[in-house]
Structure formats: structure tokens, C-alpha cells
Design a protein around this ligand. Structure first.
Ligand code: FAD
Length: 132
């Protein structure tokens, strides 16, 4: 089946990866002029998240790009630390910048997912994950 997914951030390419494994031909369109390379953090936590990343073949590449955010220190006006918040509260077991996860899932070896710019796809669809 030919399937069109709108949005090449986290969810779009992730869904495309699974659908293509089941034999579908997937095109992901993105309205931004290029894949967004940074942005917010996305974190994964717990056994289900980590096992899912492993089954998607993304775990190693994402772990290599982890933010490794440290504990957050709360300081008073003099700069003396008065409290600390463990990084796991905010970044879970693995945290990457938002732009990294589609990069990994669309460029992983064997991927046949097409990524197209929604602003250009009518005239000249591009089939590369990096159309900039
Ligand atoms: C300030 C902020 C901080 C955050 N911090 C964290 C955090 O620390 N940890 C965490 O896990 N999550 C965090 N999040 C949440 C996280 O960023 C989102 O859960 C995640 O980005 C959702 O991914 P998504 O693919 O569903 O949507 P999005 O990342 O929003 O991507 C949607 C994509 O679709 C594209 N699009 C939209 N409309 C169209 C259209 N009509 N045609 C084509 N393309 C289209 C957009 O350009 C975009 O690229 C944060 C979010 C924000 C706003």
C-alpha cells in the first residue's frame, strides 16, 4: 500500500519505519524547508521505550547522540547550591535533541522511506532525507 505521512519530525519517520517493515511504501512530507536539525529534547524512559528503540534499530545511534544532561542545580543569589534535581526527572533514561531521531530513522541502513518537502513535492519530490 502507498501511504503518505505528514510531518518528518519524531512520529512521522518512526511510523514510516514500522510501516515499511510490513511492506508498505511510505512517503513522509514535511512543510519545513529542511529537516529540522535541532529543537526540543525528546526523552525515552523505561523498559518499553528502550526495547522499542532496540527493535527499531535506533538505540545505539541515539545513545551515541545522547544529551547526557546533568543534574540541575538550584542556587541562591550568592550562587550557593541549595538543591539539586536529578537529570533522570527531565531526561529519562535517554535524551536526544528532537532533530536527531528522524535523522537516525530516515538514514539508517536499509531504509526505503521517501522523505519529501511538502512545499516542493508537487513539482519535484525529493527522495532524500536531507534536501537542503
Ligand atoms: C518547548 C518544548 C520542550 C519540550 N521538551 C521535551 C523534553 O524535554 N522531552 C520530551 O520527550 N519531549 C519534549 N517536548 C515534546 C516533544 O518535542 C514532542 O513530543 C515531539 O516533538 C512530538 O513529535 P511529533 O513528531 O509528534 O511532532 P513535532 O515534533 O511537532 O513534528 C511535527 C512535524 O510536522 C510538520 N508539519 C506540520 N504540519 C505539516 C503539514 N501540513 N505538512 C507537512 N508537514 C507538517 C512540522 O513542521 C514538524 O516537523 C518538548 C516540546 C516543547 C514545545
Amino acid at each position: 500500500m502507498d501511504i503518505l505521512i505528514s510531518g518528518a519530525s519524531v512520529a512521522g519517520p518512526s511510523l514510516a519505519l514500522w510501516l515499511q517493515r510490513y511492506g508498505h511504501h511510505v512517503t513522509v512530507v514535511e512543510k519545513a524547508p529542511a529537516l529540522r536539525g535541532g529543537g526540543y529534547a525528546v526523552d525515552f524512559r523505561g523498559r518499553v521505550h528502550m526495547e522499542t528503540l532496540g527493535r527499531m534499530g535506533l538505540r545505539d545511534s541515539l545513545e551515541a547522540r545522547a544529551t547526557h544532561m546533568g543534574d540541575i542545580a538550584i542556587v541562591d543569589a550568592a550562587g550557593t547550591q541549595v538543591a539539586a534535581l536529578p537529570s533522570a526527572i527531565f531526561s529519562g533514561d535517554l535524551e536526544v535533541l528532537r532533530g536527531i531521531s528522524p535523522t537516525c530513522s530516515t538514514r539508517r541502513r536499509g531504509s526505503t522511506c521517501d522523505i519529501a518537502s511538502a512545499t516542493r513535492s508537487r513539482r519535484s519530490p525529493r527522495t532524500s532525507a536531507a534536501w537542503t
